[in-house]
Design a protein around this ligand. Structure first.
Ligand code: PXP
Length: 250
């Protein structure tokens, strides 16, 4: 059964829109935990456009679950992570002009520096995940760079029109199997919603789904704790077989 990592970057986005001190993502993370989040994910971007250093420090001190820190693969961010001691670091590609993370890491073409940084984090007892597209060659490169986990990018699946969804889903299933066979543990995320999450949650060996935007959006109408509770239920009891679509309505 997959677990749920709640990404709270969008709460910080609202705060930074006014550069003030509310809403504060730290107490919101505690509400997400009360709703059933198995972990909290934040992306500390180099430009600090949403999550700030103080958020990460306070989350580290207060979370009852796990802190997954997403960062760009740079020596400065690795040092920051070693200082903060999250439960996991996920390396993500980062471009200043992007609205959100686009595409997975090109692990194949940066294997050497990535391996060095992964090793530094692991030496500090921090496991490392790499955010990658469901592409066999990238997954092999993740294994060669000694990562502990991969996070499969579900953005293409999320955006695919209904007819093409199963093609993208099949790629995610195949990628999960390949990663497992190489000894990697598998998470997934990006673009998942209350409408499209169930087939991904039903993939065998899928360990955790990192979900942000849709939960924060839902929280605007029903509150964060309840929004997390609803998502957790869909992930725990997906109504669908991953390959054959929704079989049974609740
Ligand atoms: N996983 C990664 C690596 C991400 O960069 C993001 C977006 O910040 C997410 C998951 C969550 O995506 P979404 O906000 O679309 O649920």
């Amino acid at each position: 059964m997959a677990s749920l990592g709640v990404n709270i970057d969008h709460i910080a986005n609202v705060r930074e829109a006014r550069q003030t001190n509310e809403p504060d993502p730290v107490p919101m993370a505690l509400l997400a935990e009360l709703g059933g989040a198995d972990g909290i994910t934040v992306h500390l971007r180099e430009d600090r456009r949403h999550i700030q250093d103080r958020d990460v420090e306070l989350l580290r001190a207060t979370l009852q679950t796990r802190l997954n820190l997403e960062i760009a693969a740079t020596p400065e961010m690795v040092q920051m992570a070693i200082k903060t001691r999250p439960d996991m670091v996920t390396f993500v590609p980062e471009r200043r002009e992007e609205v959100t993370t686009e595409g997975g890491l090109d692990v194949l073409n940066q294997q050497k520096p990535l391996t060095t940084m992964i090793n530094q984090l692991q030496t500090a007892n921090i496991p490392v995940s790499l955010f990658v597209d469901p592409d066999g060659r990238q997954i092999e490169a993740c294994s060669k760079s000694q990562a502990n986990w991969i996070e499969l990018h579900t953005g293409k699946y999320a955006l695919a029109p209904a007819k093409a969804k199963y093609v993208e889903l099949a790629k995610l299933i195949e990628a999960t199997t390949r990663a497992k066979s190489l000894g990697l543990r598998v998470n997934a995320g990006h673009g998942l919603t209350y409408q499209n999450v169930e087939p991904i949650a039903a993939i065998q060996d899928m360990e955790e789904l990192n979900i942000g935007h849709t939960i924060v959006t839902r929280a605007l109408s029903i509150g964060l704790q309840e929004a997390v509770r609803e998502m957790k239920k869909l992930i725990q009891y997906p109504r669908t077989d991953p390959l054959f679509g929704i079989q049974e309505k609740r």
